[in-house]
Design a protein around this ligand. Structure first.
Ligand code: FE
Length: 140
């Protein structure tokens, strides 16, 4: 991974073999980014995407293997219990030009990854919401 910073924006290159979520999380922690947005494109050889089932209040996920284009990865940065918290979604395109997408929890770069992180001055924490079953933004 390498990056350059322009104002409040960071442009990152992730390299072959790097796991996206862990790399981005570590980067935000190291840079002290507590609030912001992430967007990116690239290629992965392995990925895990999921769907939150609202009735059961749990994530169901699928592991993908093969060549996939990250046609779009979008997500946000916040904190929970003082730790960096990333919430990422992605769509992945396969060799048949079909796209699958969902809550993005893991992806290993197979060629390169190009990301922009936009840092927002501030901090928003999260709290688990019993009724919804998710860690929601906590504004008060
Ligand atoms: Fe999600």
């Amino acid at each position: 991974m390498d990056f350059v910073k322009f104002g409040n924006k960071y442009v990152l290159r992730l390299d072959k073999g790097e796991e996206i979520v862990e790399t981005l999380k570590e980067f935000c922690t190291q840079q002290g980014i507590k609030l912001g947005w992430i967007k990116g494109i690239g290629a992965v050889g392995e990925a895990t995407i999921g769907l939150f089932e609202t009735k059961e209040k749990e994530y169901h996920s699928v592991d993908l293997k093969g060549d996939y284009e990250i046609t779009s990865l979008l997500g946000n940065i916040s904190t929970m219990n003082g730790e960096t918290y990333l919430h990422l979604h992605a769509t992945l395109g396969d060799s048949e030009y079909n796209v699958q997408g969902g809550h993005f929890s893991r992806g290993v770069i197979s060629a390169t990854g190009e990301f922009v992180i936009e840092s927002i001055e501030g901090e928003i924490d999260r709290k688990f919401d019993q009724e919804i079953g998710l860690n929601l933004y906590k504004f008060k």
